[in-house]
Design a protein around this ligand. Structure first.
Ligand SMILES: C[S@@+](CC[C@H](N)C(=O)[O-])C[C@H]1O[C@@H](n2cnc3c(N)ncnc32)[C@H](O)[C@@H]1O
Length: 250
């Protein structure tokens, strides 16, 4: 999958993209990330990319001309554009695993990172095709959100993770939070690994993990259970633990 990132801070990207799983995915040709400096498309002598807002108020606004020029040069213009252009913005639909799956089916994606007070509205209206937020808080720029999106989408692509099924059990992939993990040693400071994980009985381990996922989701994110695909056995287990926690209430 190919990503084209448009930013005023291209130097932010290499340290992360050149580490660990994303680095391996790039070296193996599974993803390609091209980072474009919007400033390179600013036509004036000083490569100005921002200006004061019409109507007054503090902060600066990203000018439309260099952003349009950069995006149209790389992705193509209007209906001829090769792929969607996502604006990272706290005003967009909130990113989640389903959106990551949806995007992972695309061959190519443009990502536009805002800075300052944000972008000139005409960019949003006439260039951007989708808007994504990484949560209800405000960052100084769209670079971290773009990296979050690239990371979450890339690890869903075939071959990127060492374990091909690795992403299937992850939190949110199945609509539930993931079960707890343990590794060696079997006892640390007196805290023991649950006996069942050492038993070698995979059917029992799978059931234990499913129940841990259900219990953890009920405790930490009960709203997720409304949409999660649940079996009869899952529902029975949830009823039992809800009943036993009710009976412990004063
Ligand atoms: C300081 S923010 C501007 C926020 C803007 N004034 C507003 O209230 O919507 C600068 C840039 O950071 C990025 N950004 C900030 N928070 C974000 C979030 N939660 N998700 C995605 N991008 C975000 C956007 O690209 C935004 O244009």
């Amino acid at each position: 999958m190919e990503f084209d990132v448009f930013t005023l801070l291209p130097e932010v990207f290499p340290p992360y993209l050149e580490s660990s799983i994303l680095q391996r995915a790039r070296q193996r040709g599974l993803i390609e990330v091209r980072v474009h400096n919007i400033r390179d498309w600013a036509a004036d002598k000083h490569h100005v990319t921002d200006d004061v807002p019409y109507g007054g108020g503090g902060g600066m606004v990203m000018k439309p001309e260099p952003v349009f020029a950069a995006v149209e040069a790389v992705l193509g213009a209007g209906p001829q554009a090769c792929c969607p252009l996502i604006l990272l913005t706290p005003q967009g639909r909130v990113f989640n695993q389903n959106i990551a799956f949806e995007l992972s089916r695309l061959p190519r994606l443009g990502l536009l990172c805002g800075r300052y007070e944000g972008i000139d509205e005409r960019i949003r209206e006439h260039l951007v095709t989708d808007e994504i937020s990484v949560g209800d808080y405000v960052l100084t720029g769209g670079e971290l959100p773009a990296l979050i999106l690239i990371d979450a989408v890339s690890r869903l692509l075939p071959g990127v993770l060492g374990d091909p099924d690795g992403a299937l059990d992850d939190s949110h992939a199945s609509g539930l939070l993931e079960y707890p993990h343990y590794t060696r040693p079997p006892e640390f400071r007196g805290w023991k690994v649950p006996e069942i994980l050492l038993s070698g009985d995979h059917a029992k381990i799978n059931r234990w993990r499913r129940e841990q996922s259900l219990a953890r989701t009920l405790r930490q994110r009960p709203g997720l259970l409304e949409r999660a695909p649940l079996s009869e056995a899952d529902r029975k287990f949830l009823e039992e633990i809800s009943r036993s926690s009710d009976s412990q209430k004063p």
